[in-house]
Design a protein around this ligand. Structure first.
Ligand code: ATP
Length: 450
């Protein structure tokens, strides 16, 4: 099936249907900052919930954490972020004066002297630009009060390694998972919510005996790729890309990116890294605390190695939307739809009275009130039935229930499927069980064909 999606179409749909808005719009907007509207909140919440399900709902060796965003400034000294969390910044010396990331330009211009992609001008020498946002705690703005907004959630996890070990009664291999906001003063944000300066991460640090690091690295690489596929992304739009040795971060002995084929090309969705014992050792050295595991039975002690799958919630949401976007003509009419996995869909079922009279709205409302106890549902009486279906298709609602004159006679409704457009009659008494069954059934993107 040919792909009709473009980033512009996704941006327009997000605005039209209230998934995302430009931030501070009434003041002219703030570049690369977005506010999530109703359906955007519901969709991103579902993405995060599915991640939590994979981390702690389906496993018993991972615990949850929600650490502070502003941490002790020494954390960033120990982690290496203060010295090294920077991107190579170059500025155009020609007409446009735009700023760029030299490493990104190099990908597009593999040979020779780099030139400004906007106006072809010469560029400055690259300089290291630290991406951390600085601020101050308390009323005095001196060096001693300087703190940073976290550029990743991972460090909060390392700081709590000992707490988790002591309170969660876990021993390696075990993990700590966290979802929360991170901040990076990106040089070139863009591609909608793909790269912003404020975003949400879903990160898990998995602490393992050193001799098991490679095996767990391979496990998490595969498991994380599969997570996206299980939630509906087409397999040929996903790939694992192992980093070359010269690409690896200073702490990493192996990193693979889960990449998605976005409209702008293959781009990182998530990184899975084998971080070795770098982080725990650094924090032990800088804090003076022992950060190790001691086996109480044998007395053996060691510093666990860490495997880290680090994903972005906003970026994942964008990938799910892009992959789900579709357009088709049905009986001479165009429809735009999001073929989202039912578990991700913001609304699972819409209850629609065919006409807004004859007792149909009242009965439909009663059905809706029963269904919303089970799953996110909507009740919609406004406009023609075709218009209401189109609205639900665009937000990715997998099922529609229509109440019509026959419902009043025989207590059956029409159940419409977003993907196949199949409409079947079903007794009201069987509706809940049927929808629950469909929600938990395997789902595969109709774009994959029969
Ligand atoms: P890049 O090289 O693209 O700047 P990165 O390799 O530094 O990204 P990580 O530090 O591995 O990114 O972050 C883990 C995940 O967090 C990324 O795979 C991505 O999903 C998400 N992420 C990172 N930076 C941003 C951002 N600026 N906006 C949105 N999501 C982000």
């Amino acid at each position: 099936m040919a792909d009709v999606v473009t980033m512009d179409k996704i941006v327009a749909l997000c605005k039209r249907r209230g998934f995302l808005f430009q931030s501070s719009e009434i003041y002219g907007g703030l570049g690369s900052a977005y506010d999530y509207g109703h359906y955007g909140v519901l969709l991103k919440t579902n993405v995060k919930n599915e991640w939590w399900r994979a981390m702690i709902g389906e496993r018993d060796d991972i615990v949850a954490l929600d650490s502070a965003i502003i941490l002790h400034p020494k954390v960033w000294e120990a982690s290496g972020h203060l010295a090294g969390f920077s991107d190579p910044l170059v500025q155009c010396l020609g007409k446009c004066k735009r700023r760029w990331r030299a490493d990104h330009l190099r990908e597009a211009q593999p040979e020779g002297e780099l030139k400004c992609p906007e106006c072809g001008g010469d560029l400055t020498e690259p300089r290291h630009f630290n991406l951390m946002f600085r601020t101050h705690v308390g009323p005095v703005e001196d060096e001693g009060s300087e703190v940073f907004l976290r550029p990743e959630t991972a460090q909060g996890i390392f700081l709590n390694f000992k707490n988790a070990l002591q309170t969660a009664r876990k021993k390696p291999p075990f993990g700590i998972a966290q979802v929360g906001k991170s901040f990076r003063n990106e040089i070139t944000p863009g591609n909608f919510i793909f790269r912003t300066r404020e975003f949400e991460q879903m990160e898990m640090e998995f602490f393992v005996p050193p001799d098991q690091a490679q095996q767990w690295y391979e496990f998490w690489r595969g498991a994380r790729r599969d997570w996206y596929e299980q939630l509906g992304i087409r397999p040929d739009h996903l790939r694992l890309r192992e980093h070359d040795p010269d690409e690896l971060s200073h702490y990493s002995s192996g990193t693979a990116d889960v990449e998605y084929l976005f409209p702008m090309g293959w781009s990182e969705l998530e990184g899975v890294a084998n971080r070795g014992d770098f982080d725990l050792k650094q924090h032990a050295e800088h804090s003076g605390e022992k950060l190790e595991y001691v086996d109480s039975a044998t007395g053996d002690r060691y510093v666990p190695h860490v495997i880290e799958p680090a994903a972005g919630a906003d970026r994942a949401m964008l990938a799910f939307m892009v992959d789900a976007y579709d357009e088709e003509t049905v009986e001479g009419r165009e429809r735009v739809l999001l073929r989202l996995h039912p578990r991700l869909a913001p609304v699972k079922v819409a209850v629609l009275p065919l006409v807004n009279k004859d007792g149909q709205p009242e009965l439909a409302r009663r059905i809706y009130e029963e269904l919303r106890e089970l799953m996110p549902a909507e009740f919609d009486t406004g406009g023609s039935i075709g218009k209401r279906y189109r609205r639900q298709d665009e937000i990715g609602t997998p099922w529609g229930v229509t109440v019509d004159h026959q419902t009043l006679e025989d207590e059956t409704v029409t159940l419409r499927d977003r993907d196949t457009l199949d409409q079947s009659r079903i007794a009201i008494t069987e509706l809940s069980a049927e929808l629950r069954r469909r929600l938990h059934a395997d789902w595969r993107s109709p774009k994959l064909g029969a």
